[in-house]
Design a protein around this ligand. Structure first.
Ligand SMILES: NC(=O)c1ccc[n+]([C@@H]2O[C@H](COP(=O)([O-])OP(=O)(O)OC[C@H]3O[C@@H](n4cnc5c(N)ncnc54)[C@H](OP(=O)(O)O)[C@@H]3O)[C@@H](O)[C@H]2O)c1
Length: 388
């Protein structure tokens, strides 16, 4: 009973019914039951003795992250998969995304969930004509090598269905985790809809050498803005200027942000695309022009803290009211109904040579954690991905 009460807070009745069915069938099949939670419910979690057993490997969250995530917070386990039922298909992961949101989001769910995340997977077996063998999907199935997907069910975090990879020709499928996926759409919609950039203006982008920041800066440059990036190494600064077309870059670890920003933008800043929060963002906002626009995309400088120990930073209200700044936070899911528009526009810009990308690729499913922590520590340039 306690279990069902807690589930009802998290999931709809339909999904509860699905979980109940799984549990009942698990009893019937005499298989392991680890369900006290609404785990990635598109994934069936029981075994049957009457078929050749397919095994998936997956990372289970065994401790909630405290401060910096530790490898022992996750456990790599094997799971037996049952035969496909009508409507289902089996997807084999090819690429995984490691993203900043994974660090704070995990805490929202009970221990025992499969580690959250998006993957590109190839369909290797199918009983669903809409998802045929050899097609690829983008789905939030978490850190797991093989998944039986029942397309009726949605993922835990975003409540979305996996979707077929768009037609991107001979471009690498991994781009659908980056420039042609969620981060690309975050850059596209966040910049255009909230910053409303205009030619001749000055924009500052923090987290500038990452997946979203490097993308935002390039779109802004194409629109005729003066683009200033803030990031965490000289190598990243050089890359932003030499390859991404930024006008100026500040290494926040070795250069004071405020004085360098005054040098780069003596007239002030019109737009700020904020990926990091904290004092970097306060320094930028104190140099914004009247009626400047700020898109708050993320605050990675706070992700290792819990809600009782959030970092303190310079108060913002004085400049917000004095310069009548417009500050708006957003989640990219706001534009779910325009998802394809973002992907197609970024694809067109990529093909026209107006956007460039870089991936920091880690090889091997067994190195997922290293890739994840490396991204949080700033070891990536561009999009951090893992090849299975
Ligand atoms: N609003 C949305 O819907 C949405 C969607 C996706 C992502 N996001 C947010 O967007 C931001 C960027 O995401 P991404 O996927 O493009 O990640 P990313 O920038 O590719 O990778 C994260 C980067 O954050 C930087 N960083 C880490 N700790 C930092 C700190 N204490 N201060 C400043 N920078 C720090 C590191 O670069 P340095 O070397 O520069 O430190 C690291 O490379 C994140 O805040 C993420 O949560 C929001």
């Amino acid at each position: 009973m306690i279990m069902f009460k807690s589930m009802q807070r998290e999931v709809s009745w339909d999904r509860c019914r699905f979980i109940v069915t799984i549990i009942a069938r698990s009893f019937r099949d005499n298989s392991e039951i680890a369900l006290t939670i609404p785990r990635n419910i598109c994934i069936r979690n029981f075994s049957s003795q009457s078929h050749e057993i397919m095994k998936a490997r997956k990372y289970v969250v065994v401790n909630h992250f405290v401060n910096e995530a530790k490898p022992t917070d996750l456990k790599l386990v094997e799971e037996e998969l049952p035969p496909l039922q009508d409507g289902e298909y089996l997807a084999e992961a090819e690429y995984f995304s490691v993203d900043p949101y994974m660090r704070p989001y995990v805490r929202r769910y009970p221990l025992g969930i499969t580690m959250l995340g998006t993957q590109i997977a190839k369909i290797v077996e199918s009983k669903n004509p809409a998802f045929p063998v050899n097609k690829r999907i983008v789905g939030n199935m978490g850190w797991r090598t093989h998944t039986i997907v029942n397309p009726k069910f949605k993922d835990l975090v975003f409540q979305e269905h996996p979707y077929l990879l768009p037609d991107i020709g001979d471009l690498p499928s991994s781009l659908c985790l980056g420039i042609l996926g969620m981060p690309g759409n975050t850059a596209y919609f966040g910049l255009l809809e909230l910053c409303k950039p205009k030619s001749g203006e000055t924009i500052v982008v923090s987290g500038a050498a990452g997946a979203i920041g490097s993308h935002v800066g390039q779109i802004a440059k194409n629109l005729g803005l003066n683009v200033i990036g803030i990031c965490g190494s000289d190598e990243k600064c050089n890359w932003l200027i030499e390859e991404m077309g930024f006008d100026f870059a500040i290494n926040y670890k070795t250069m004071p942000v405020a004085s360098n920003l005054r040098k780069a933008a003596p007239q002030g800043v019109d737009c700020y695309f904020d990926n990091v929060g904290g004092d970097i963002s306060s320094a930028v906002m104190y140099q914004m022009k009247p009626f400047g626009r700020v898109a708050v995309c993320g605050s990675i400088s706070s992700y290792d803290a819990d809600s009782s120990s959030l970092p303190k930073c310079t108060i913002l209200q004085p400049i917000l009211s004095k310069h009548e700044l417009r500050v708006e936070g957003f989640l990219v899911t706001r534009w779910m109904n325009r998802w394809n528009e973002g992907i197609m526009q970024n694809l067109q810009w990529l093909r026209e040579g107006k956007l460039r990308y870089r991936e920091t690729e880690t090889k091997g499913f067994e190195n997922m954690f290293e890739a994840f922590i490396g991204m949080l520590r700033g070891e990536n340039i561009g999009k951090a991905i893992v090849q299975a």
